[in-house]
Design a protein around this ligand. Sequence first.
Ligand code: URA
Length: 238
Amino acid sequence: MAMQRLDKIICAAGLATRSEVKKLIKSGAVAVDGVVASDGGMKLETGAHTISCCGKPVNTDHSRCFMLNKPKGVLSATEDREQKTVLDLFSPELRALGLFPVGRLDKDTTGLLLLTNDGELSHKITSPRHSVVKCYEALVDGELTEQDAASFAEGIELRDGTKCLPARLKLDPAEASRAQVYISEGKYHQVKRMLAALGKPVLELHRRSIGALELDLALSPGEYRELSDEEIELLFTK
Ligand code: URA
């Protein structure tokens, strides 16, 4: 039986920061099973109580997942002493959910990055066992060829000897220095290292999709929105 503090449950629902929750409880705005609660530290069995805040029900289903259009220049990390991280782009209420990036994009890579507070979901997306395919748009220094696409299909050997799983390089008929790369692994700097192994260093990299979930084009760089349950299912749709 999982027990959690009342103030933590309300924070995790994304309604307010820890200090705001304290004030809300003090002002009598929070009720548990219809009774006004005065102690934020009271321990409750997860999912066993009806909690309301300012008269509205608190969603105690804690799993949350957001898509971010990651801009260039921010780290895929939760915090950093010197540099801006993707968490810095989120509101304090949402940061209080305990979100973290699912896998990572390099500082100079843009596009679809998921953030969740659900370790199980994150593991499912990143674990090689589920082979979730990620699609990247790459601009390289050089011209990509059918031979390069064949090398991808065979499985690229990185310069350090690491062998990658077979992957897909879809050439752009309009521009030989551009292609889409489809991989189901998540090795460190994988796409850059795969293309570098072919002597075509990456100049720009943008993640377009994870599984069948595409980056929402309505999101400008730095903007995010929550995923629906149907969109989470798309992550595991081939
Ligand atoms: N592969 C890379 O090389 N960089 C990324 O950011 C993502 C995949």
